[in-house]
Design a protein around this ligand. Sequence first.
Ligand SMILES: Cc1ncc(C[n+]2csc(CCOP(=O)(O)OP(=O)(O)O)c2C)c(N)n1
Ligand SMILES: [Mg+2]
Length: 1022
Amino acid sequence: MHRLRTTFIRLWPLTTPQIAQNPAQNRLWVPGGHLGTFHVVRHLNAPVAAEPFLNGTSSNYVEEMYQTWLENPSKVHKSWDTFFRNANAGAPPGAAYQSPPPLNGVSEGLTGVQDLLGAQLDVEKLVKDHLAVQALIRDYQVRGHHLAKLDPLGIGCVDFDDTPCSVGFQNVGLYGLADSDLDRVFRLPTTTFIGGNESALTLREIIHRLETAYCQHIGVEFMFINDVEQCKWIRQKFETPGIMQFSLEEKKTLLARMIRSTRFEEFLQRKWSSEKRFGLEGCEALIPALKTIIDKSSQSGVESVIMGMPHRGRLNVLANVIRKDLDQIFCQFDSKLEAADEGSGDVKYHLGMYHRRINRVSDRYVTMSLMANPSHLEAVDPVVQGKTKAEQFYSGDTEGKKAMSILLHGDAAFAGQGIVYETFHLSDLPSYTTHGTIHVVVNNQIGFTTDPRMARSSPYPTDVARVVNAPIFHVNADDPEAVMYVCSVAAEWRNTFHKDVVIDLVCYRRNGHNEMDEPMFTQPLMYKQIKKQNKVLQTFADKLIAEGVVTTQDYEEEVVRYDKICEEAYVRSKDEKILHIKHWLDSPWPGFFTLEGQPKSMSCPSTGISEDELSHIGNIAASVPVQDFSAHGGISRILKGRANMVSQRVCDWALSEYMAFGSLLKEGVHVRLSGQDVERGTFSHRHHVLHDQNVDKRTCIPMNHMSPDQAPYTVCNSSLSEYGVLGFELGFAMASPNALVLWEAQFGDFHNTAQCILDQFISSGQAKWVRQNGIVLLLPHGMEGMGPEHSSARPERFLQMCNDDPDVFPTFSEDFATHQLHDCNWIVVNCSTPANYFHVLRRQILLPFRKPLIVFTPKSLLRHPEAKSSFDDMLPGTHFLRLIPEDGPAAVSPEEVKRVIFCTGKIYYELIRERKNRGLDKAVAVVRVEQLSPFPFDLVKAETDRYLNAELVWCQEEHKNQGYYDYVKPRLRTTIGRTRPIRYAGREPAAAPATGNKHTHLMELQRLLDTAFGVDGSSGKL
Ligand SMILES: Cc1ncc(C[n+]2csc(CCOP(=O)(O)OP(=O)(O)O)c2C)c(N)n1
Ligand SMILES: [Mg+2]
């Protein structure tokens, strides 16, 4: 816990108690212990418990002694010589040790004992001291970062819970060493690289080198990593003497980048002093940091970098990393500029960008995209990962060598937002890994007005990354060279291990949260210190001038040069009269739209497919297309059932989905279905992945065995995170319009843990950022008497966010339906037939533009005997039915119909059963609205016109304040010009979506059906 903001950072030796407090235990080993039977092979194999002193590390020491003795017995102490000689001669346990011969000529008996004890103590001390040195080295590796000078302000807000400080020259006593040992030479263990070419150093030098490696401006946190090789790799990168060196050229480039970063903010401040821009002042090193990562990654073959970042320093990153034209950035500050694009647009520090350019260091092309993002901190993280995965997937980059992601974070957000953790947990899952993300935290030690001690319970903001064994490099951001070094190590780490890594740029925020905020209200002392803080550019320039890397004149000229670039761009920006949000697109789809960015047509072809295709895909769905595969008996029955359906030319829900996916795959469209337990299907209806019952992990995905030139099908059970996985799939769908990307919620109500992705990206993304997205959400929905959870996918919420006007009756034109789809923000459907589900999925791809599709999917209908569709409804010429009119006796004599019940989804089946039971087939027409939004005004009007004498009812199984009623009612009224009342048949308003009592559920159902068929209208409610 953080008790106080402290400047004391502490260490505690891991093995001190054993070494210093229990010498008796250490003494056991030489005279009578197991070492008496020392034999290299045997002791290496012996369990540690059988060797009181020989643990994994001390055995190294004895082994080293033994090897040295083998080479030359005179190189080891006489006592070791005697010991090894006796042990090798086969001395029995405990008898190998003998004291060295007496050096003086005194009385044999007594001196023999004294010598024996003296020599024993010598060896004991030698081993003990070496173990102590080893413990000390290890402590530096584990906790050296506690002592590193990370905070440029020197106020240190990392609290390690009052653990006593131990390392350092003054603390060797804690390890059982004395000041007099500082000049003794110790052999170095194999677990350190501080020796360079030397294998032994004085204790003083050992401590000095460890301090250099671990306690200066870089703090390395890595010893929690399970992989020994990875730990070793990091030790080598930071311990090797003199490893942090830069060429003159590198230093000059670093200075030039610091100049750009610093002067950009100063320029904005001069020109627009009263505008919010969330400047980077206090963390100017971020720009060279990112550029170093990109340079190094490009050198190792990366061609595409996808970045996500919050507000802080975003304009600077756009200008100096992505290299967006400065005039395009500056014109965003002109509030009078007119927007050329439809939609709301967004503030300048949320917009995205895409740019391809030559990297000067690697001399290779790199495409960089910065994803547009909402204000919601960290929400973009999974989206970036999804897009990166998609780029890797489409370019066959199975190891992440060509495309990579960089995520930037604020310290408060990184620690506080759960999506960070959820995204980390995608990092090593086969269908979600992007093979290593480089995370950069702008750790300005504050979140808006909140101190870290109030904002997190972990010492560092980066502790969340430890769950995936990501190394964490803390670095003082006022030292640009140290920053550059950790960034190049991080890039190398990713390129070597393809795993996540975190760079924690410990810095400060020179201004308030934004440039208008007064930080002294809440952090007076911190800001007094900040005001005293020298500007990092000046300090760094002075250092390079002193080193002779540049002259004062060089430096000043470089500053003038960049200021001139800014001034010229500023002048050009004045010529901009129109703001094109399209220029800020982060994911262009070349060739999909016209050059003007419009859809290439405004019609949608038939979504049906040929009988042959239906049979072929159906047969694949009914088979196990690999040899010697033992499928489960239940699966065999399901496959047989599918074969029967194919022979009868009908589809149930699962088979129609198969038909949609299979046909798109055969047309070369990638299909990716992701979500919890989607491979089998929560309701055990899908079974897209078959498991061999006899061979562990042997699976078969029949959908991938359809034809040699088909697109690949990805179906993947996801981690249990809706927010992370939905964001990821949204990002995946962003990369290409030529893919059907679907996310299925386990039950529809679970989508609300991903509400941020729905609100900030899916429903409003196009309006804000002019980019389209065709993601499909499958949300199981329906009142089945299963209680308040698992029943409702909350249709009311999706419908409430639709942008079509309830009060305006549209003018119909040719292709009205497609135009309507084009203008909407998302499509909401509830299909009542498998064929319609098939069509709506295929329509997603055959439309000439992309819109998110929300599908309320059924549960009981999956196995409902009547919820089947004939192949006839899926053949060429057929298409998705936005509305399914009555086709029974009532439709024959519409003038005799007393009541028209409009409904959607599975209640249709309850209604027609009830109608039949009541003998009302002629009197009541039931009309299904399959596409709720955009509302099919044209088709609804045709129905209301047909049944002119009928009362109109909206029937739903959901409660009145939920479901579709509030959305449908005004639109129905607008359709009929308010000439007839719209009656309501459904459940009463309620707080919970459904009752937990089965009996009540059935009573409610019966009551709503009674209301629906109250033909005289008396029981219908307005
Ligand atoms: C999910 C969410 N909650 C709250 C906010 C409001 N907010 C904007 S910036 C900010 C502070 C962020 O602090 P930090 O992550 O340290 O970034 P910094 O501004 O210090 O760079 C807050 C709370 C937000 N944007 N998103
Ligand atoms: Mg912060």
